[in-house]
Design a protein around this ligand. Structure first.
Ligand SMILES: [Zn+2]
Length: 347
């Protein structure tokens, strides 16, 4: 009994002095372990006369409970102290402002794509998609590219195999849509395209296009101009003028380039205006009436259907819209750049 009193006094004193959770754990292992004083006391019960054993056993268990409670209390105390020390030492500075949650934001090219689709969908266009790895037939052959056309050279096109390419435009979606369905067709085909270009301020080997296709039994070049007038007014503002210049593409006849008047100089070109190079006009897209050879390729009767197509590069529109002078900025994923563009911004 004397021993138990001594153990109690010394253990409780040590628990009070404990400074860290490790100190408490050490006492617990030492005192309550099998080889600790309480374990020894329990084992030495056998040496006592039989009638004294129950009372002694009870005392030992009571002491064990008391010590466990004291150690739990000590543990709670040292943990609270450790936390307070941490705060005091500045490991956690509660005066610092909270971390700002940064909301996500569409990529500028996605913003441009969305705005173009929005400008045209009320005219009846629906969005269509197609593969980026494409058969030569859908990318070139059906689009009336002759076998010796320079675009079919490995200098310009990424070939996966002899008959498979990374699509050089989203026109493959036009072909796939016509092969699958019957007129009337009004689609917009946005997506990534690939060309064998060296990377510089205005070129990257992959970029984005959006193309439109309108096919029925009576679409004319006047309809094409009407659609693109509406589109330009919605995307660039009603004050901008539009002009069409003759051009050439294998898959349209006649073909045209569409320019809009320069926003910076108001179309005057005065003062060596940079965006329009002093011409007052900025080239926006290519367009034209679908070539009869394309209709024949997809199984339409060119005597019965007619239509028009147009296409533009998203990067080019984005560069012009925001006055960005290097296309590579769109791909470097520098948040300081990307965070500047919000949907609805027109600079
Ligand atoms: Zn200008």
């Amino acid at each position: 009994m004397e021993d138990l009193k001594r153990i109690e006094r010394s253990v409780l004193a040590r628990a009070r002095r404990a400074k860290a959770p490790a100190d408490v754990a050490e006492i617990r292992a030492e005192v309550l372990g099998k080889k600790g004083p309480l374990g020894l006391a329990l084992r030495s019960l056998g040496e006592l006369p039989a009638e004294e054993r129950p009372a002694a056993g009870q005392k030992i268990n009571q002491l064990k409970g008391k010590i466990e409670a004291a150690l739990d209390e000590a543990h709670a105390r040292v943990q609270a102290n450790a936390r307070a020390d941490e705060l005091e030492s500045g490991a956690q500075d509660v005066t610092l402002p909270g971390r700002r949650v940064v909301p996500g934001n569409p990529h500028p090219l996605r913003i441009v794509e969305r705005d173009i689709i929005r400008a045209l969908e009320s005219l009846g266009f629906a969005v269509a998609h197609g593969p980026q790895v494409e058969h030569d037939w859908y990318n070139f052959e059906a689009l009336n590219f002759p076998p010796d056309h320079p675009a079919r050279d490995t200098q310009d096109t990424f070939f996966v195999s002899d008959a498979v390419v990374l699509r050089t435009h989203t026109s493959n979606v036009q072909i796939r849509t016509m092969v699958k369905g019957k007129p009337p067709i009004r689609i917009l085909a946005p997506g990534m395209v690939f060309r064998h270009d060296e990377i510089d301020a205005t070129h990257t080997p992959c970029f984005h296009q959006i193309e439109g296709l309108w096919v029925d039994d009576k679409a004319t070049f006047a309809d094409l101009k009407g659609v693109l007038h509406v589109f330009a007014a919605r995307l660039f503002g009603p004050e901008r003028k539009v002009r069409f210049r003759p051009s050439f593409f294998p898959f349209t006849e006649p073909s045209a380039e569409m320019d809009v008047s320069c926003a910076l100089c108001g179309g005057s070109g005065k003062g060596g205006c940079r965006p329009c190079k002093g011409t007052g006009w900025i080239e926006i897209m290519g367009a034209g009436m679908v070539d009869p050879a394309v209709f024949e390729a997809v199984g339409y009767d060119p005597e019965k259907v007619q239509g028009f197509a147009f296409g533009m590069g998203l990067e080019r529109i984005a560069l012009l819209r925001w006055g960005v002078d290097d296309i590579r900025l769109f791909y470097e994923n520098d948040l300081r750049f990307l965070e500047q563009f919000r949907p609805g911004d027109t600079r």
